[in-house]
Write a protein that binds this ligand. Structure first.
Ligand SMILES: *[C@@H]1O[C@H](CO)[C@@H](O)[C@H](O)[C@H]1NC(C)=O
Ligand SMILES: *[C@@H]1O[C@H](CO)[C@@H](O)[C@H](O)[C@H]1NC(C)=O
Ligand SMILES: *[C@@H]1O[C@H](CO)[C@@H](O)[C@H](O)[C@H]1NC(C)=O
Ligand SMILES: *[C@@H]1O[C@H](CO)[C@@H](O)[C@H](O)[C@H]1NC(C)=O
Length: 636
């Protein structure tokens, strides 16, 4: 049975009602068991619609099927016959892994015998090669568009366990032709599609521009992943193909370079920021894949080129169903995790994207059904950020609630939880009548450390945030910290190490020098945030000197006593008015200094950091210190 997504898109309540109805246990006995040997068709072919021309959705795959010639051979069709419906201009081009294709099939209804009746398939002849098994070829070469059981049924003379190399076998690729009812409803093609692990009926419908109910009607009710299903469409959707080996960086790329001068001036404006162009740019997940072994001992960057083959969002094709279908195809694996908002819904929520709802940059505050959200408008491909965010889920990371694709304007909107109390930056460096006390600051530090520990240790592949700084740390109503600004990874980046992103004053030296990306660069930036918490100073001063260089130098030498004295000089003046323990301050400073070690391998991991900070929290407050009824101390 398919998974039902947890957030129901507003336009589909009827569908879900029907779906629940269909899956009601009392009807379970009515369900047909999955038939692995093939799909029945009317044996009497007169007036049945058979045979017909149809299409299979097929994705190119390494190592053997990355060009149209080999895929053409597999399906007994010529290269242009695949190139044309798949919107590929050159039949000679190489394909990217998972590049989507429509492969034409000649679908017929074939009577097998009285046990199996008549089943519909495209009769494809395949020459057995060394090492082939029916299972291997159907599951991987044909990507489950047929099953080994069915191959056995249609090849009664072949012995599956003793296949002779060079012998020809029939591989029955599953297909269906529309019957008269379906044709009357304009369902002219039934695309053969293999259900993928994260699919659900509505995501499949969106992907092909079909209707969930049509899909349900045309198929067995209880299909599962890797089953072939038939998606009724009036005509073949258009696939958007990213030109291979060409990078397509989005026009409004937020790539903040090292030299961007976004420090004080613009940063000041950041109240409740999620994404602000020029400030962010973060992790490029999938571009850095760490081999476990390499990771532990030395830093290594493995640049996956998978990303450069990623499909780009289509632009410009106004209003067409196909455009939406291909946009949605890009994010289809995110559909079941997130609420899909309607464009009108977001427009209403923000008074038509009124300037007064603008939080910062392209982030709007909006209210939908009484819930407040932060809505980030993106011109570029949001697929990367979605892909990262769907992997992460942690209380100390700003949560993505949903998204919206407006194909008229080719915009994408990411909808996040709204974090009430703005950025840590604004609490530390802007004029506020209230200041965070030490206990609060320590909590913030531990929250951020927990969030980072989560992305570093509990995601596969590991996520490196790449832009940890106080303006990317948001405080909620309970003054708990959440890390914001994930994603913005770009497709089409080849020379990743040359493309330095981040914010001056926070960037780890090895990344600046060599472009080495590792979790330890987040550890470094976190060290800078700890310094901000302790000193109340900005990460970079008015003359452009990084805070960390001066602090590290100040605490390099000297006795404990001298260091304590120096710490008092560096301390945020509002903390001086408190009765927080020197021991706690010193231990947090020591954590910061360890994080700022020039040699990334000598920096602690976030696991160590969380541990050390939690200990300084335990030691930091004697119970007599109960003056902190309010978490805030007055600044004046
Ligand atoms: C085909 O289905 C099997 C499970 O039946 C699965 O393990 C395999 O990964 C699928 N093949 C592809 C290419 O998805
Ligand atoms: C396998 O097939 C070959 C040729 O068809 C035959 O000579 C051989 O005896 C068969 N082996 C087994 C174990 O059936
Ligand atoms: C055509 O197929 C649909 C879906 O499988 C079915 O509901 C309908 O009854 C069929 N119509 C005819 C005329 O067989
Ligand atoms: C075909 O793909 C290209 C990208 O390779 C895209 O720009 C174009 O819009 C697509 N064709 C149609 C008809 O959409």
């Amino acid at each position: 049975m398919m998974r039902i997504r947890n957030s129901i898109p507003p336009h589909l309540p009827l569908f879900f009602f029907l779906l629940l109805h269909l899956f009601h246990p009392s009807q379970a006995q009515d369900q047909i068991q999955p038939n692995t040997t093939g799909y029945q068709c009317p044996a009497n072919q007169t007036g049945s619609g058979y045979p017909c021309r149809t299409y299979a959705f097929y994705q190119a795959s390494a190592p053997n099927f990355l060009d149209l010639a080999s895929i053409g051979d597999l399906f007994s069709v010529s290269r242009p016959m695949i190139a044309q419906p798949s919107n590929i201009s050159s039949p000679n081009s190489t394909l990217a892994p998972n590049q989507p294709l429509f492969v034409p099939l000649f679908c017929s209804c074939n009577f097998i015998n009285s046990t199996f009746g008549a089943i519909s398939y495209a009769n494809l002849s395949y020459t057995i090669k060394k090492g082939d098994t029916f299972y291997q070829v159907s599951s991987f070469s044909y990507r489950n568009l047929t099953t080994y059981q069915s191959v056995e049924v249609v090849n009664p003379t072949l012995i599956p366990t003793n296949l002779t190399i060079g012998v020809s076998a029939v591989f029955p690729v599953f297909c269906k032709c529309p019957n008269t009812t379906q044709l009357r409803n304009g369902e002219n093609i039934l695309i053969s599609y293999v259900v993928q692990p994260n699919d659900n009926v509505s995501s499949i419908a969106t992907m092909f521009g079909s209707k969930p109910q049509s899909i349900i009607d045309a198929n067995r009710k209880n299909f599962r992943e890797f089953d072939t299903i038939f998606v009724p469409v009036s005509r073949l959707p258009v696939l958007t193909q990213l030109p291979v080996n060409t990078s397509a960086p989005p026009a409004s790329s937020p790539a903040a370079s090292v030299t961007s001068r976004d420090r004080t001036g613009t940063v000041r404006g950041l109240a409740i920021g999620l994404g602000i162009v020029g400030l962010l740019l973060i992790l490029v997940l999938g571009l850095w894949v760490y081999r476990e072994a390499l990771f532990k001992d030395k830093l290594a960057v493995v640049v996956g080129d998978e990303e450069k083959h990623k499909q780009s969002f289509a632009t410009g094709t106004k209003g067409s169903k196909e455009a939406e279908a291909k946009l949605m195809a890009n994010v289809s694996d995110c559909l079941d995790k997130y609420r899909v908002f309607g464009y009108e819904e977001l427009r209403e929520a923000t008074n038509g994207f009124d300037q007064r709802c603008l939080i910062l940059g392209s982030v709007y505050k909006g209210t939908i059904d009484g819930e407040v959200y932060a809505i980030k408008k993106m011109k570029w491909n949001a697929y990367e950020e979605l892909k990262i965010l769907q992997k992460v889920n942690h209380g100390n990371l700003v949560k993505l609630e949903g998204f919206c694709i407006d194909d008229d304007e080719a915009n994408c909107y990411l909808v996040y939880e709204y974090v009430e109390n703005g950025s840590l930056y604004s609490w530390l460096h802007e004029d506020r009548t209230e200041r965070l006390n030490w206990k609060m600051r320590l909590h913030v530090a531990i929250d951020v450390a927990n969030g980072l520990q989560y992305i570093h240790e509990h995601t596969r592949p590991r996520v490196v945030h790449k832009d940890i700084k106080s303006s990317n740390i948001l405080l909620d109503a309970n003054m708990r910290a959440k890390i914001a600004n994930f994603g913005l990874a770009k497709s089409g980046m080849n020379a990743i190490t040359m493309h330095i992103v981040g914010t001056q004053g926070y960037i780890a030296p090895e990344y600046l020098a060599d472009g080495v990306v590792s979790t330890k660069m987040d550890v470094f930036s976190f060290g800078v945030v700890l310094l901000e918490l302790i000193t109340g100073k900005e990460a970079i001063d008015d003359r452009g000197n990084p805070l960390w260089t001066t602090v590290v130098r100040a605490f390099e030498l000297g006795s404990d006593q001298e260091k304590n004295k120096r710490l008092r000089e560096w301390l945020d003046s509002s903390l001086l008015r408190e009765t927080c323990s020197m021991e706690s301050l010193r231990s947090v400073l020591n954590v910061a200094l360890a994080c700022l070690h020039k040699d990334p391998t000598k920096r602690p991991s976030m696991v160590d950091v969380v541990y050390a900070l939690s200990k300084s929290e335990d030691s930091g407050f004697d119970t007599s210190d109960d003056t902190m009824d309010s978490p805030l101390v007055s600044a004046r």
